[in-house]
Design a protein around this ligand. Structure first.
Ligand SMILES: [Fe+2]
Ligand SMILES: [Fe+2]
Length: 343
């Protein structure tokens, strides 16, 4: 595992900066989204009550009670597996795990938000349509605000941040070093943001801490627009691509989903407890609850790939891959962007 000061903060990239001299606004969906985004701005300093007292241990106990499960239930499920390194854990370890798990998850949200900030500024430069440049500029401000709130919450309320996860690092590098502007959209706006919406939603459903619940509610309202932006832009663009080009996009989606599956076990958290993350991934994949939880994270990515025509293009290659890992059942699910995209 790389420490955060070992992750190279610079990337060598090459992409085209595109001007457009056509200022007419003919894309209704993107225009509506841009108008919405201007009305929906909020100030993280004043809209959230930062004076809220947060006790991470108390919150871990309350969240478990709310779910009707014992504290550290995610780890308890693994303790029962054959030859489990968690077999000797007691209540103290499970509580510490629950507290650290929350911190590790929020830390990856933070780093992912910085990735989104950088990706979106790239979109302003590279996308060829004026409506998309307008909209993307509002998303740059949104993502800066998301970095701000997660960084502040981790620093002031949880007392620290975990390093960037190597899988998220690999995916961000893939997305940002690609020369094709639509890959930035696909990787960030559809895969990473789609996964983030599911992950924020499940944390919001479990937390009883009012500041975190408010913060997530505000962030999620922004993120739904971001996913809609990806869908609206890519639907139009993908209609004009060749079969080979579409296949490259399918393969990119699959590779991105694989990165995100590994990310979802938060290896940096397990390493801190002396547990091999590969054992965790392997055990979760075989264990019923773990499999269901992992699958839930992809509940928005699968239907969004379908909306873009990527699921069934060619010989249905991506459908087969999603079927193999048990996530195809989400293909017709509600992704929360339908009223924003009209599809
Ligand atoms: Fe964000
Ligand atoms: Fe976003």
């Amino acid at each position: 595992m790389l420490r955060i000061d070992q992750v190279n903060p610079t990337l060598d990239t090459s992409f085209e900066t595109t001007f457009t001299w056509d200022y007419s606004r003919t894309r209704d969906g993107l225009n509506r989204l841009y108008e919405k985004a201007k009305d929906a701005q909020w100030n993280a300093s004043t809209h959230l009550d930062w004076s809220t007292d947060v006790d991470p241990e108390r919150e871990a106990v309350a969240a478990a009670e709310r779910a009707g499960l014992p504290v550290g239930w995610q780890a308890r499920a693994l303790a029962a597996a054959e030859g489990s390194p968690l077999a000797t854990w007691g209540d103290e370890e499970f509580l510490r795990f629950a507290v650290e798990s929350q911190k590790a998850t929020l830390s990856q949200f933070l780093h992912g938000e910085q990735g989104a900030l950088v990706c979106t500024s790239r979109l302003v430069e590279s996308v060829p349509w004026i409506e998309a440049k307008y909209y993307a500029s509002t998303q740059v401000v949104d993502e800066a605000r998301h970095v701000e709130v997660f960084a502040r919450y981790l620093d002031e309320k949880l007392g620290g941040t975990y390093p960037l996860n190597s899988s998220l690092n690999a995916l961000l590098s893939d997305v940002l070093t690609d020369e094709r502007w639509d890959i930035v959209y696909l990787g960030m706006q559809v895969v990473i943001e789609g996964l983030a919406l599911s992950a924020f939603g499940s944390m919001r459903a479990s937390t009883t801490e009012p500041l975190l619940a408010d913060l997530l509610r505000y962030v999620m309202a922004d993120e739904a627009r971001h996913v809609a932006f990806g869908i609206l832009s890519l639907q139009e663009y993908y209609e004009g691509l060749t079969a080979d080009e579409i296949r490259e996009r399918q393969e990119f989606c699959w590779a991105a989903v694989q990165h995100m599956r590994r990310r979802s076990v938060t290896p940096e958290l397990w390493e801190g407890f002396g547990v091999d993350p590969d054992w965790v991934l392997d055990t979760l994949t075989r264990h019923g609850d773990g499999r269901r939880f992992q699958a839930m994270l992809f509940s928005k990515i699968v239907p969004n790939c379908k909306k873009l025509g990527l699921l069934d293009a060619g010989d249905g290659w991506l459908r087969e891959r999603f079927t193999e890992i048990g996530i195809i059942g989400f293909e017709d699910g509600d992704t929360g962007v339908e009223d924003l995209t009209g599809v």
